[in-house]
Design a binder for this molecule. Structure first.
Ligand SMILES: Nc1nc2c(c(=O)[nH]1)N[C@H]1C(S)=C(S)[C@@H](COP(=O)(O)OP(=O)(O)OC[C@H]3O[C@@H](n4cnc5c(=O)[nH]c(N)nc54)[C@H](O)[C@@H]3O)O[C@H]1N2
Ligand SMILES: Nc1nc2c(c(=O)[nH]1)N[C@H]1C(S)=C(S)[C@@H](COP(=O)(O)OP(=O)(O)OC[C@H]3O[C@@H](n4cnc5c(=O)[nH]c(N)nc54)[C@H](O)[C@@H]3O)O[C@H]1N2
Ligand SMILES: [Mo]
Length: 737
């Protein structure tokens, strides 16, 4: 048989990308020789069931075959961060990393090795974060980070309120809703499960009233909303409290539902009516905080409480903020007050939107084992109190400070070397300028990467990694589906690239770790499907699954979170200590932490509109996820860069006050940094708020101005009471450049 890589014939390979985005597009990759020449999408004959390909996947071949892909191992020859490297062999590269790992462990102990993992590659077998964790666990341990950048606030809120993170509905269920409130949710851009937008449009055509509550007029709102209610960032809880006030005082709430399924409503009611703190949470009170007219708040409360069923769709963006978890708890409380939990056409809120049937491979990957560093000393408790969790791990948004201050600053270790696999944290966590200092101070830094990213420039050692097109794997659709995807290897690895797993295999030999290497790729994938409790139930024909590249789970009805708990409460308690929805949480009360009240509350925060800093930096900065990238991935793909030039959204009033017109070169700055960018003057944003999509590459010039305009040059490296990174809580000022 001839080698397909040398053939002129075009083969069609069924695969997906494995980006950390909110969808998973089934792709048909047309391959000639070792090149992807064309990308086509799902060919399901029923157009209603076709999983529509996103713009990022349509540009997939431009990413895989990008001329700037790293093709061989390199070591640093210039200053740290300068980006000057020299090509070396794999043998030398692995020798350097193995020697550094051994030397650091022997001299300073395993805790001084930091493993920076990430969600960049959402697949099972070649998931580098898991492979590297498994390797270092067997090597003797390491320090790592704690906290999910995406959704820590939402996770905390869902666990408090429901004792579960599986709070989503199948997206088809939106067709059952009479009212849909998009509360900081923009699925046209961040997908939220492939085809979510398709179902939302269908719901709209079906007569649902759609309301968007957002500082920005989003693409989703522009497509389906009847009403856009602009609100100041971080103040949603004030509006939600006032909606609860309207419902209680007008007797629109569902007292029977509250009596039967919840605990603590009376205490919440006391807070809302002002019996607790002397301040009734009236619409007028809220208007002064959130900038939404009192009559609008009253109207939305009435609409939401009386339309049955209604789906309040809260998400994670507003929760990535200084009091983020309060927003998701409040949303879930409003959902209980209106009796919309566990009902068709309703929504449980909680911000996560995951359904269990769609959500499987993350759990199925080869278990990484236990970390010896975390097995000695005080235990990391599985509690809601994150003070217990940062004893041995570093909060993800504090990595730089931990590198700079070490044990003296109260962090668990003095970091001597770091190994980054599947992330670009210099770009993606708070305060990139502090990251620049930290990475310059770090004695040794190895980075597995596909591109010379903002962070990779600081590496001492660069290891080139394959894309999902160059290996076979199982990917997962987060957070909905339900379907499972099989990635058939489309091309052989380009240049000298290897997967993280192969890199770990080769390192294991040099570190004298035995039995690390797994069997043949396809055999392991087969085992993974068979052993996973979810997939093993549905995927009975592995060969068909592999051939089709997808298995769609047939369901009679869309999945509804907590359906059982509501329909048959006697036999199905919630997983909370009380067995009910906890509007008041004793577990949280016991934490005794002012930032974490036992009932959801509006609370002022740092860098809100009342912070004294507001005088100097009078604009609130939002940093949403970009449509044309997945965070910082795909940044180099020209097609996608053209889709949306990187600009700062600013309202005409704010622009005019600064003498700025559309297209002007401006600078955005605060005490943490300064970025250079072009102004996009638009009425699509609330006055007083500006917006910069995250993920543009950090490129500080000699004077310290970030020419790439990375959002995190301006954000704070802090976290909320529930552990959320605070990417949407920053004050800035804007001036003409
Ligand atoms: N300002 C602001 N910042 C944010 C957010 C925000 O809303 N605002 N959102 C946050 C959220 S939700 C998230 S999830 C994070 C994401 O943070 P990161 O995970 O750091 O973001 P990515 O840009 O996806 O970076 C992934 C990197 O891994 C590389 N990569 C891809 N596949 C592989 C692989 O198989 N192996 C290896 N070794 N590398 C690979 C890519 O080239 C890329 O450079 O960003 C957070 N940062
Ligand atoms: N195209 C694309 N899709 C993605 C990603 C990507 O990088 N690119 N990333 C994926 C990942 S890892 C994640 S975690 C998810 C993230 O998904 P989300 O967290 O939902 O996305 P964001 O863009 O951060 O925020 C959603 C919306 O919230 C609004 N918002 C921000 N702050 C506030 C506030 O205080 N109040 C209100 N009412 N609204 C506010 C923003 O304007 C934005 O439109 O998206 C996933 N999907
Ligand atoms: Mo995320």
């Amino acid at each position: 048989m001839s080698n397909p890589q040398e053939s002129n014939e075009v083969r069609i390979v069924r695969a997906t990308s494995a980006f950390d985005c909110g969808g998973r597009c089934p792709l048909r990759l047309h391959v000639k020789g070792n090149t992807i020449i064309r990308v086509e999408g799902d060919d399901h004959p029923d157009s209603n069931k076709q999983l529509r390909t996103c713009l990022r996947c349509r540009a997939y071949r431009k990413y895989v075959h990008h001329p700037e892909r790293l093709m061989y191992p390199q070591k640093r020859i210039g200053e740290k961060g300068e980006g000057k490297f020299q090509r070396i062999s794999w043998d030398e590269a692995l020798g350097i990393l193995a020697a550094k790992l051994k030397e650091t462990k022997d001299k300073y102990g395993p805790a001084s090795i930091l493993l920076m993992t990430g969600g960049a590659y959402l697949a099972s077998l070649h998931n580098g974060s898991l492979a590297a964790s498994r390797l270092l666990n067997q090597f003797g341990g390491y320090t790592t980070h704690y906290g999910n950048l995406s959704s820590e606030g939402a996770v905390w809120a869902s666990l408090v309120q429901y004792g579960s993170v599986m709070v989503g509905h199948g997206r088809e269920d939106m067709l059952n809703s009479k009212v849909i409130i998009l509360w900081g949710w923009d699925p046209a851009r961040m997908i939220s499960g492939t085809n979510t937008m398709h179902h939302l449009i269908k719901a709209k055509e079906n007569g649902a009233r759609v309301i968007s509550i957002e500082p920005r007029y989003t693409d989703t709102a522009a497509t389906v909303a009847d009403q856009w209610i602009p609100i100041y960032p971080g103040t949603d809880t004030a509006m939600m409290a006032a909606m609860a006030y309207v419902m209680i005082t007008e007797n629109l709430h569902d007292q029977d539902f509250l009596d039967k399924y919840t605990v603590g409503f009376d205490l919440f009611k006391d807070y809302i009516l002002g019996k607790e703190d002397g301040q009734a949470k009236t619409p007028e009170w809220a208007e002064a905080i959130c900038g939404v007219p009192a009559h609008t708040i009253t109207e939305v409360a009435r609409v939401y409480a009386t339309a049955k069923p209604a789906a309040l769709m809260d998400c994670q963006g507003p929760a990535r903020s200084a009091m983020g978890e309060q927003y998701n708890r409040f949303a879930a409380t409003l959902s209980a007050m209106t009796g919309n939990v566990g009902k068709e056409g309703g929504s449980a809120c909680g911000g996560l939107m995951g359904i269990p049937i769609g959500h499987m491979f993350r759990m199925s990957a080869i278990p990484p084992g236990k970390n010896p560093v975390e097995m000695t000393g005080p235990k990391i408790k599985g509690t809601l109190d994150i003070r217990d969790r940062v004893i041995k791990r570093i909060h993800i948004n504090k990595l730089w400070e931990a590198m700079l201050e070490g044990k003296q600053g109260g962090y668990p270790a003095d970091i001597q070397m770091a190994w980054s696999v599947c992330n670009n944290y210099l770009n993606q966590i708070g305060n990139s300028n502090k990251g620049d200092l930290a990475l310059k101070k770090l004695p040794f830094f190895a980075v597995n990467e596909l591109f010379l990213t903002a962070q990779a420039r600081y590496a001492d050692l660069l290891l080139p990694v394959t894309t999902a097109a160059e290996r076979s794997d199982l990917t997962y659709a987060w957070p909905s589906g339900p379907y499972y995807t099989y990635v058939n290897r489309a091309i052989e690895p380009l240049g000298e690239c290897k997967s993280d797993l192969e890199i770990c295999d080769m390192l294991a030999e040099r570190l004298d770790i035995e039995n690390f290497r797994l069997g043949a790729e396809e055999e392991i994938l087969k085992l993974m499907v068979a052993q996973n409790p979810v997939t093993s139930k549905y995927v009975t024909d592995f060969d068909k699954f592999k051939n089709d590249g997808i298995h769609r789970v047939k369901m009679d009805k869309p999945y509804i979170a907590f359906r059982k708990q509501i329909e048959d409460p006697e036999n199905n308690p919630f997983e909370t200590p009380s067995g009910k929805i906890e509007i008041y949480s004793q577990r949280v009360a016991d934490m005794n932490k002012p930032q974490c009240p036992p009932i959801p509350k509006y609370m002022p925060t740092f860098e809100d509109r009342n912070d004294p800093l507001f005088e100097k930096y009078p604009l609130q900065l939002l940093t949403p996820h970009p449509r044309n990238r997945v965070h910082s991935e795909l940044y180099k793909v020209e097609w996608l860069a053209e889709v949306e030039p990187h600009r700062l959204w600013i309202h005409p009033e704010d622009a005019e006050a600064r003498g700025v017109v559309d297209g002007d070169k401006i600078e955005v700055f605060n005490g943490r940094g300064r970025v250079s960018i072009t102004a996009f003057v638009t009425r699509r944003i609330k006055p007083g708020v500006v917006s910069l999509f995250e993920g543009a590459w950090y490129q500080p010039d000699k004077s310290g101005v970030d020419r790439g305009a990375c959002a995190n040059t301006l954000t704070k490296d802090a976290y909320s009471g529930g552990g959320a990174a605070v990417m949407n809580t920053s004050l800035v000022q804007v001036a003409r450049a």
